[in-house]
Ligand binder design. Structure first.
Ligand code: COA
Length: 142
């Protein structure tokens, strides 16, 4: 038993639960400034939540209408159990079903190998966003 499930979320209904994961991971753990964390893309993106058996949110990710994937986060205590991979799988399935031909993302460099395992390819030079090194990655969907 994985101990969690992945479900599609909705910003209007689930902003508090999605935001709780992102606050814990990006703002509290990684020191991303609050003003950079919340943006205009949340309201128009598709979102997914990973929830534990007690319904507590433990992970999240979003997909912008233009095929950019982002805000992938798993609570520290839940890492290494396949939650991130399952979230990524849900996005890939939905993106294919919605007709996307390519997914793009801006990966924190330390997480590039996580995305590479799912078939994303890095390109271009490293750059900084919110004080964290990033690399652009993309995956062509078949
Ligand atoms: C990156 C992150 C989402 C991975 O989530 P996770 O639930 O720990 O990942 P999983 O357990 O699903 O791992 C899936 C696979 O990727 C590998 N993996 C996970 N994190 C990795 C990393 N940082 N580097 C290399 N490989 C990694 C796992 O070993 C596993 O490999 P396998 O399929 O061969 O067994 C998580 O570490 C996280 O939230 N980090 C902090 C926030 C962050 O940096 N987000 C990314 C922003 S771009």
């Amino acid at each position: 038993m994985p101990g969690y499930t992945i479900r599609e979320a909705d910003w209007n209904r689930d902003a508090e639960r999605l935001g709780a994961v992102r606050r814990a991971v990006f703002i509290d753990e990684q020191g991303v400034p609050e003003a950079l964390e919340w943006d205009e893309h949340d309201a128009v993106s598709a979102h997914w939540l990973a929830v534990a058996a007690d319904d507590a949110p433990v992970g999240c990710v979003r997909l912008l209408p233009d095929g950019h994937l982002g805000r992938m986060a798993v609570l520290r205590g839940w890492r290494g159990r396949g939650v991130g991979k399952a979230l990524l799988g849900a996005v890939l399935r939905a993106a294919r079903a919605r007709g996307h031909r390519m997914l793009r993302l801006s990966a924190q460099t330390h997480a590039a190998a996580f995305y590479a395992r799912a078939g994303f390819v890095a390109h271009g030079a490293e750059y900084e966003e919110a004080g964290i090194p990033h690399v652009a990655m993309e995956k062509i969907l078949s």
